[in-house]
Design a protein around this ligand. Structure first.
Ligand code: ADP
Ligand code: ZN
Ligand code: MG
Length: 663
């Protein structure tokens, strides 16, 4: 049996979203999304190549057009050299300009020519191409005929055009090869230097956050005080050979302040804080994650005493080889992490904190002694916790006189620290938008409404739900308290935990290796106490008892088939080759008994469960007043501990009913 038996009112996954749906952030695997390939560098390269090519082509076209429009206009006659010579001889040429092989000019009077296409064209502007080596006689003739003639140097554009035509392909080819090579060599470098350079980015951070800035997670704070003490005076701990806390795993739903707690530990101990998120380790390039881990630990060791904080450790720490598309990179990173945690010098005062909201899937190797062997849980705060968090976040906010933080804390069951910080921020923004001097109660209320209908609505339960949960958990607790042979109830809460909307905790007094029939029967009654309370007090039952019923069935079945606790079947153990405590279904084909016996087993299981249920109902009906008080107290305080439960029992006179339940 577990050290802590927990009966929970279950959060039915098929419920409509208004009923206790988890916050979207709860289920999403944030770690996986962030480590995507960084392709911006590559596309930048391609983009610049395209831009260069477009510019060159544009320039080329521009030059070609200006070139041709310089020399010839649409009504320029294209004439052969012979025609030009003839026109000079005929005294019809006004002027001519020579430019390398081309020549353009004006005639004194228009002429009509027939071009190659058979068209006729008339005009007084002409263009012709000179003879290859010029015509030595031409100059003399021009002078003689008094033609206005001149020569221009080969035009700039022409020169540029020539250069472009000759050189452009080479530029493109060489440029392309260059870029390809450079890109390849750069990614080579990445493999060797990326991890290093990225690790340098984790600057030594000395948080100013302290425990004063964290509220509502008192248990976690208490657990972490020892870590602070150790970091402050490591010598003190080492002198006595005490085991140093090496790795601490912070577990809890998103937004409960895990990151904040880690920073507060560093702030309290005033030691440097090196933090990295699990998703940052898992990069595209193989080997980077592992080298980052190495760098992170190297730096922290140099700065010892110090804290290493690995956020979202589930991104690297998931069970190895558990998924089909196993990620080598992640495994390498995880292995490196394990190596680094083992490789600490015992004198080095470096504490590794890690945070996750999904501790179940973590690789077992991470949780072994010497690694993350301590677990600190940050739960959702009850209303007292929420009040304390509200006070922290309104420290710097001017509040109107009418603001009632207690009523706000009460109106926000299920909210976590981050939700409350957000609420305060929204209220302050609203007040600013309305030009108020201070934040009023109305601002808080309207902001809360806005948050509740928003997309990322926090887990908030309505009144009717809370009532059912309070009675359900109250039923578990009270049936536990009213019976003999049970583990004492330590705490009841209607603050959601994980998938459960409410939890009743029992702590076994000693490790049991043997369960008496009385103990098992009492367990059944307690487990059914939740459902029974719903029926007794509310009159209808809900889906919240699914988990309880599974437990009950599993226990009752084993009482019949394994432990011989059914009179009808006698003291026979029917081996069913199933994992007895997992409550898995019967493995087909492995039974060693007949169909008839199977039917009797089912009947017996049924009988035992029915008996336990009617016992729970009669216990709770008899102590209806106490049940009401417990439920009321749960609604009021959200969490009720053993001492408060005892007080209620005494006040309502229930305590005489079961004096032996108390010690
Ligand atoms: P987690 O790491 O558990 O997801 P964070 O530590 O990042 O949560 O919390 C986000 C923010 O919410 C914090 O910076 C703080 O402003 C607020 N916050 C969360 N929990 C608490 C708390 N217990 N007390 C005060 N503020 C809190
Ligand atoms: Zn239950
Ligand atoms: Mg965090």
């Amino acid at each position: 049996m577990d050290a802590q038996a927990i009966y929970m009112y279950q959060n039915n996954p098929n419920d409509p979203p208004t009923r206790g749906s988890q916050r979207p952030g709860n289920s999403g695997n944030n770690g996986n999304n962030s480590g995507g390939p960084k392709d911006s560098g590559m596309s930048l390269l391609i983009r610049s190549i395209i831009i260069i090519v477009v510019l060159l082509v544009g320039w080329y076209l521009f030059e070609v057009f200006t070139q041709s429009s310089n020399t010839t206009t649409p009504n320029t006659l294209e004439i052969p050299y012979s025609t030009f010579y003839q026109q000079v001889e005929d005294n019809n040429v006004q002027s001519v300009v020579f430019q390398s092989q081309d020549a353009t000019g004006t005639l004194k009077s228009s002429i009509t020519i027939h071009d190659v296409n058979g068209d006729t064209k008339t005009g007084d502007q002409f263009h012709f191409t000179q003879l290859p080596n010029g015509d030595p006689a031409l100059t003399a003739l021009l002078i003689q005929k008094q033609v206005d003639f001149s020569a221009k140097p080969a035009s700039d554009s022409n020169l540029v055009l020539n250069i472009i035509i000759n050189v452009l392909p080479w530029i493109l080819i060489i440029g392309f090869i260059f870029l390809v090579f450079r890109n390849a060599s750069r990614s080579q470098q990445n493999i060797f230097s990326f991890g290093k350079s990225k690790a340098k980015v984790i600057l030594e951070d000395r948080p100013t956050t302290t425990f004063v800035d964290v509220a509502g997670v008192d248990e976690a704070k208490n657990d972490l005080i020892e870590v602070v003490e150790f970091l402050k005076t490591p010598q003190k701990f080492q002198r006595l050979g005490g085991k140093i806390p090496r790795g601490v795993l912070l577990v809890g739903p998103p937004g409960t302040g895990k990151t904040l707690l880690a920073r507060a530990v560093a702030g309290e101990a005033s030691v440097p804080f090196f933090s990295m998120s699990g998703s940052e380790f898992v990069e595209v390039l193989v080997g980077v994650g592992a080298s980052r881990v190495r760098d992170l630990f190297d730096q922290a060791k140099k700065a010892a005493p110090s804290i290493i904080f690995i956020d979202e450790i589930d991104a690297v720490g998931r069970q190895r080889g558990s998924s089909i598309n196993s990620n080598d990179e992640r495994e390498q990173t995880l292995n490196q992490l394990l190596v680094e945690m083992d490789g600490f010098d015992t004198r080095q005062a470096v504490v590794v904190l890690a945070a996750t909201n999904r501790p179940d899937g973590l690789d077992k190797a991470l949780l072994r002694p010497g690694r993350f062997d301590r677990r600190v849980t940050a739960e959702r705060p009850d209303w007292n916790g929420r009040l304390a968090i509200l006070k922290i976040h309104t420290r710097t906010v001017p509040l109107s006189n009418d603001v009632d933080l207690i009523s706000i804390a009460r109106a926000t069951p299920g909210m976590v620290g981050a939700d409350i910080a957000n609420l305060v921020n929204e209220a302050a923004l609203l007040a600013a938008r309305r030009n108020l001097d201070s934040v009023s109660q109305v601002c808080f209320e309207e902001s809360l409404d806005k948050i509740l209908i928003g997309a990322e609505r926090p887990l908030i339960l309505n009144d009717a739900d809370l009532n059912v949960i309070a009675y359900h958990e109250g039923g578990h607790a009270l049936t536990g308290l009213l019976q003999e042979y049970v583990d004492p109830v330590t705490k009841v809460t209607i603050v959601p935990r994980g998938q459960a909307l409410g939890v009743t905790q029992y702590t076994p007094l000693d490790d049991r290796y043997n369960y008496s029939q009385d103990y098992l029967e009492a367990q059944l009654v307690t487990a059914l106490g939740g459902r029974a309370a719903e029926e007794v007090a509310i009159g209808h039952i809900t889906t919240g008892a699914e988990n309880d019923l599974q437990r009950v069935t599993a226990i009752a079945r084993q009482m019949v088939t394994r432990w011989g606790m059914s009179e009808r079947l006698g003291t026979i153990s029917f081996s069913e080759r199933e994992d007895p405590f997992a409550g898995t279904s019967l493995a087909t084909g492995s039974r060693e008994y007949s169909e008839k016996t199977a039917a009797v087993i089912d009947e017996e299981v049924n009988r035992i469960v029915r008996w336990a249920y009617s016992r729970a109902v009669s216990l709770l009906s008899e102590h209806r007043v106490t049940l009401d008080r417990v439920a009321k107290s749960l609604r009021l305080h959200e969490t009720v501990d053993a001492k408060q439960l005892r007080e209620i029992m005494v006040e309502t006179g229930a305590i005489d009913a079961a004096p032996s339940s108390y010690r």
